[in-house]
Design a protein around this ligand. Structure first.
Ligand code: PLP
Length: 408
């Protein structure tokens, strides 16, 4: 008899975004007018930058001729992209990362989900609450947790976010081996300072732990004093893996390109204490299970680093950040304290109400879709997340509907 992986049965059955989709569909049937405006799911709405499109087209043309056609590429990505990444995203910021420490992939979702495979099943995991659910669910699937009870899995060390710590988690009280951090944060939009991040790097060094640092939203940082990469922090090369994505930076959510940095100086240990290179393990894993990102997509991603591409990406990001500022200002003026929206495309709004009740009220009365904070963890109760990924017109229409309703 074929047996299933029982750990899948532990997964919290309700998936946040399908719950939302069902409620929105039911609302649209009841009230087709005015049209629903979606400020819930974090998908971009604007086209790829022109420089990426030009490079994409040229690469497709290369694929059309025998002389320039490319078959399987290197699993870790083409050198032209890895070198552009190392130069622009790291060396230009004083972070010592080489092209050969970069693994190009088809998404930060896959990478943040897959990375746990190379660590022991008994690894003690620290996960923030609220959180991007992938970190948690992939550890549940791998059997590193107990059952789901009262909104939490047994066996996970949760790092609580709240107004007292500004949703920047404090160090855990019990020992942990693998720590997930995401800054600027999804869902809260909170951004970490160099000093606070240094505390985590030092903790990991002292405890021989590893930090998995998800920087998918680094392009949205406006404050020059904040770190874009964990490798701007002294000591991070010895303790951290970093995940980046072209999804939100350059509109690649449907095109798919991202990368993971695993420094060659990063070690993990056998039960007897022998050190092993994490870079070698991840390389082995990728060579076995992954065949690389398509050549035209990597050419399109490399164009992000051309002069034209840099300017177009900056405009794209600035446009979403203008939306974020409008949303933040409007919600604060209505008396709702906000976190995020300054260095991130997400605004985390304190409603003090039950977050699903607030979601339903907002949908019913304004036709605006947000995301209930409780969907990201128990510490998200009392909050909603509003996303800045939409057109200016939709954002201003949504905000005037919200103003009319919530002022009344
Ligand atoms: N990491 C975080 C924190 C995200 O919010 C997302 C997408 O919403 C991802 C990773 C996934 O990125 P990608 O599109 O590269 O898979």
């Amino acid at each position: 008899m074929i047996r299933i992986n029982d750990n899948y049965l532990k997964l919290n059955a309700s998936y946040l975004f399908s719950d939302i989709a069902q409620r929105v569909a039911a609302h649209q049937q009841r009230r087709p007018d005015p049209a629903v405006i979606r400020l819930g799911i974090g998908d971009v709405t604007r086209a790829l930058p022109d420089a990426c499109i030009v490079a994409f087209h040229q690469a497709v043309d290369e694929m059309a001729a025998d002389g320039s056609f490319r078959g399987y590429g290197p699993e870790q990505g083409y050198d032209f992209l890895r070198e552009a990444i190392a130069e622009n995203d790291f060396k230009a910021r004083g972070a010592d990362i080489g092209a050969d420490e970069i693994f190009v992939s088809d998404g930060a979702k896959c990478d943040t989900g897959n990375i746990q495979e190379i660590f022991d099943s008994g690894t003690r995991i620290a996960i923030p609450d609220p959180v991007y659910p992938v970190y948690l669910d992939t550890n549940v699937m791998a059997g590193r947790t107990g059952h789901y009870r009262n909104g939490r899995y047994d066996g996970i060390v949760y790092l609580d976010g709240n107004t007292d710590n500004g949703f920047i988690p404090d160090l855990p009280r019990q020992p942990v081996d693998l720590i997930y951090l995401c800054f600027p944060n999804n869902p809260t939009g909170a951004a970490i300072t160099k000093d606070r991040l240094q505390i985590w790097v030092d903790y990991a060094a002292t405890n021989k732990a590893i930090i998995l640092y998800d920087a998918a939203y680094e392009a949205f940082i406006r404050d020059d004093t904040l770190p874009h990469s964990i490798y701007e922090i002294p000591g991070a090369r010895q303790v951290a893996i970093e995940f980046r994505s072209f999804s939100k930076t350059a509109g690649f959510t449907g095109t798919r390109c991202a990368y993971t940095v695993v420094p060659k100086s990063l070690m993990a240990y056998t039960a007897s204490g022998a050190a092993h290179s994490v870079h070698s393990l991840w390389r082995r894993r990728q060579c076995t299970k992954f065949n690389g990102v398509s050549y035209p997509v990597q050419r399109a991603a490399a164009a992000v680093y051309s002069d034209a591409g840099k300017g177009q990406v900056a405009d794209l990001v600035a446009d979403y950040m203008t939306n974020a500022a409008l949303i933040r200002k409007a919600m604060q003026a209505l008396g709702y304290p906000c976190i995020g929206g300054r260095n991130s495309p997400y605004i985390w709004v304190s409603t003090t109400a039950d977050s699903w009740a607030f979601f339903d009220m907002l949908l019913e009365k304004t036709g605006v879709v947000c995301t209930p904070g409780a969907g990201f963890g128990t510490c998200g109760e009392g909050y909603i997340r509003i996303s800045a990924f939409n057109s200016r017109e939709n954002v201003t229409t949504a905000l005037s509907r919200i103003r009319r309703t919530l002022k009344a």
